[in-house]
Design a protein around this ligand. Structure first.
Ligand code: 2NE
Length: 270
């Protein structure tokens, strides 16, 4: 993995290799809990990977073997959110969730150890989750006076079914990697020592495939759940593809050349 020279983060690491970006939450002393700064940096790093035409797939992970992410840093939880350096309170992880969900490249959660609370929702939001055999999953919200009633509840129910999603939130149990696999919460479970090799192998496979097909499919999977915003995402892909056609370009050219467009030459397909 290589770190770009202009990449100086405090709470995370950004690395890339072979058209894959790896974004690592780097706060192992608190099981990779996030604070507003962590989330700000994650948003910046995901934006970087999104905009980089050399990157096809993104891995999200946590530093060390003990945790993927343990959610919001409870030590700096204030009155109505997580306090930043200036004392402003945030729930900016919700913005990060939407970003991961809508950016048009596959995002893979590489999970060793705990994915708990808001950290559990982060892996849920990722397109694929690869779990090490030491991974443990669960929500703690009702135990620590919190909840995620957005994707944390709705997407969870779509992923594991309504009864199981309610169990996860209402009992605040932890589930091991095999249980997570059995309920469809992760895609595969691998020995801890093979976690990165397998994850990179999956990323390489996706990078062999059509980026446009993956892009449109990702937005298609969001479309019904996300309502008009989901349709906008899917339709944006249709617009971008239409722009590449002679028919789309005829409208632009006619405007620029100050003439009437000639759409008669284009077929009315059945
Ligand atoms: C993650 C877990 C299960 C790990 O347990 P264990 O036994 O392996 O480690 P330990 O000793 O609990 O934790 C190690 C150190 O990390 C800190 C601990 O306080 C401890 O610090 P020291 O005692 O060594 O100083 N630590 C761990 N998680 C932390 C956290 N989230 N914030 C601050 N410090 C943390 C176990 O540690 C655990 O259950 N952690 C708490 C999980 C949790 O409740 N997360 C918040 C859920 S709410 C949320 O994330 C959220 C939301 O619901 C809605 C919006 C946004 C966020």
């Amino acid at each position: 993995w290589e770190t770009p020279a202009d990449c100086a983060y405090g709470d995370i690491l950004y690395q890339h290799a072979e058209h894959i970006a790896k974004i690592t939450i780097n706060r192992p002393e608190v099981r990779n809990a996030f604070r507003p700064q962590t989330v700000r940096e994650l948003i910046d790093a995901f934006h970087r990977a999104h905009m980089d035409p050399e990157i096809g797939v993104i891995i999200l992970t946590g530093a060390g073997d003990l945790a993927f992410c343990s959610g919001g840093d409870q030590r700096i939880r204030g009155h109505e959110g997580y306090k930043d350096e200036a004392g402003v309170e945030h729930l900016n992880v919700l913005e990060l969730q939407r970003q991961i969900r809508t950016l048009p490249k596959p995002v893979v959660a590489m999970v060793a150890g705990y994915a708990i609370g808001g950290g559990h929702v982060l892996h849920l939001i990722c397109d694929l989750s690869i779990a090490a055999d030491n991974a443990r999953f669960g929500q703690t919200g009702p135990k620590v006076g919190s909840f995620d009633g957005g994707f944390g509840a709705g997407l969870m129910a779509r992923t594991v079914g309504l009864k199981k999603a309610k169990e996860i939130w209402f009992l605040c149990r932890q589930y091991d990697a095999q249980e997570a696999l059995d309920m469809g919460l992760v895609n595969t479970v691998v020995p801890l020592a093979e976690l990165e090799t397998v994850t990179v192998d999956w990323c390489r496979r996706m990078n062999q495939l059509s980026p446009t097909a993956l892009r449109v499919l990702k937005s298609a999977f969001n479309a019904d759940t996300d309502g008009l915003a989901g349709i906008q995402e899917l339709a944006g892909n249709a617009t971008a593809l239409f722009y590449t056609t002679a028919e789309g370009q005829e409208g632009r050219d006619a405007f620029v050349q100050k003439r009437a467009p000639d759409f008669q030459k284009f077929p009315r397909r059945p």
